[in-house]
Design a protein around this ligand. Structure first.
Ligand code: KG4
Ligand code: ZN
Length: 355
């Protein structure tokens, strides 16, 4: 069995997986969402303190399995440095105490493995990675070599939901909030323009769309209280505003129109990728892959290219240690241990292999 620790952002999670059949023997995740929601986003220093409080207790709850462990795995890249550190220190201490080797896992590789939690991986594979920190189209070759075909040049898909939600005065994280509110809105009420329309560039850009949301909020605020601009919500404000000055139906219309165009942008660029790749399997991973509108559009896209669409179980779309354990099991079978495990907060996926 392998014990894996994940703490790269705002979730403290531990999993133990059997190397023989990928079954999960132990799994726990303590989310810090409620604590960060008060500030409208992740506060690094708070995340570090909460990881330091949570991880030792979660690890000790798995104590009965310690005797069966063969290695300790931990996310060491990329992520918030102050969040990665408590996980790495805990992993090193546990490995030293139990005299076990360490396995380092790239968080993004972990997200890819969330597709194959209980089965062997399918290659070659196309992947869309949509999370709070990343938006990427990946190609994974027959031998497991990862190539980044396209990425965002500014905000990520998830981040654009978080920031738009903040401007609308909704809670954090913004993805689920926007998705729920959008159900009550008219997704054609606002004619937001599609980013990079008509270009052939295989990349994403969400900052222009976010700005269109900002302007729509501003216009509504101004039309109600022309003289008072002091309460216009800002994506950068630390405290989420209630923004009660925008009527709720208008908020729902903005949320629905934003979500429609954000998802269309994902699909529009993916069509470019599909036209040059011959994928038999396509996986969608990361916390924002939970978005139901995006899932529906991806189903249509993959059906039209006769490509099998793969999702992780909903519970394992957002950050979790089960996907880290699954990636670690693959490394364990390759005897890929790490003697000097270091943290790399800003690493990328380029030239990494998944098997
Ligand atoms: O993968 P994840 O848990 O953390 C990172 O590694 O970033 O992804 C979190 C992101 C947040 O931006 C959150 O708003 C977004 O995923 N998200 C969603 C949905 N659920 C979570 N975005 C759109 N629609 C959703 N239903
Ligand atoms: Zn993640």
């Amino acid at each position: 069995m392998i014990l894996a620790i994940e703490s790269s952002c705002d979730d403290s999670s531990v999993a133990i997986m059997k190397a023989s059949d990928f079954s999960l023997v132990y799994y726990e995740k303590i989310s810090q969402e409620k604590e960060h929601a008060k500030y409208g986003g992740v506060v690094p220093e708070l995340a570090a303190r909460l990881h330091t409080a949570a991880l030792p207790a979660v690890i000790l709850r798995a104590k009965e399995h310690f005797k069966a462990l063969k290695a300790i795995a931990v996310t060491n890249e990329p992520g918030l440095s102050v969040s990665l550190l408590p996980g790495i220190v805990a992993a090193k201490a546990l490995a030293a105490a139990l005299n076990l080797p360490l396995i380092s896992v790239n968080h993004l590789v972990g997200h890819i493995y969330s597709l194959f939690l209980s089965e062997q991986i399918k290659l070659p594979l196309g992947v869309l990675l949509v999370s709070g920190g990343h938006t990427m189209i990946l190609d994974i070759s027959e031998t497991g070599v990862i190539s980044v075909l396209g990425a965002t040049s500014d905000d990520s898909f998830g981040e654009s939901f978080d920031k738009s939600a903040k401007m609308l005065g909704l809670g954090y994280p913004g993805g689920p909030q926007i998705q729920n509110l959008a159900l009550k809105g008219d997704d054609r009420a606002y004619d937001f323009s599609l980013p990079l329309k008509g270009t052939k560039r295989l990349e994403y850009s969400f900052s222009g769309l976010k700005n269109q949301v900002r302007l729509a909020c501003l216009e509504l605020e101004n039309s109600r209280i022309p003289s008072d601009k002091s309460r216009i919500p800002s994506e950068n404000s630390r405290i989420p505003s209630e923004n009660s000055r925008i009527p709720s139906q208008q908020k729902a219309n903005i949320a629905a129109s934003f979500e429609r165009v954000a998802c269309l942008h994902i699909i529009d660029r993916l069509k470019l990728a599909f036209s040059s790749q011959k994928w038999a399997h396509f996986g969608v991973v990361g916390g924002a892959s939970a978005n139901l509108r995006l899932r529906g559009m991806l189903e249509n896209l993959c059906a039209s290219y006769d490509c099998e669409l793969l999702f992780a179980p909903l519970e394992y779309c957002s950050d979790n240690a089960a996907m880290i354990a699954r990636a670690a099991v693959a490394k364990y079978h390759n005897k890929d241990f790490c003697e000097n495990l270091e943290m790399h907060p800003r690493s990328s996926l380029e030239n990494l292999k998944i098997i």
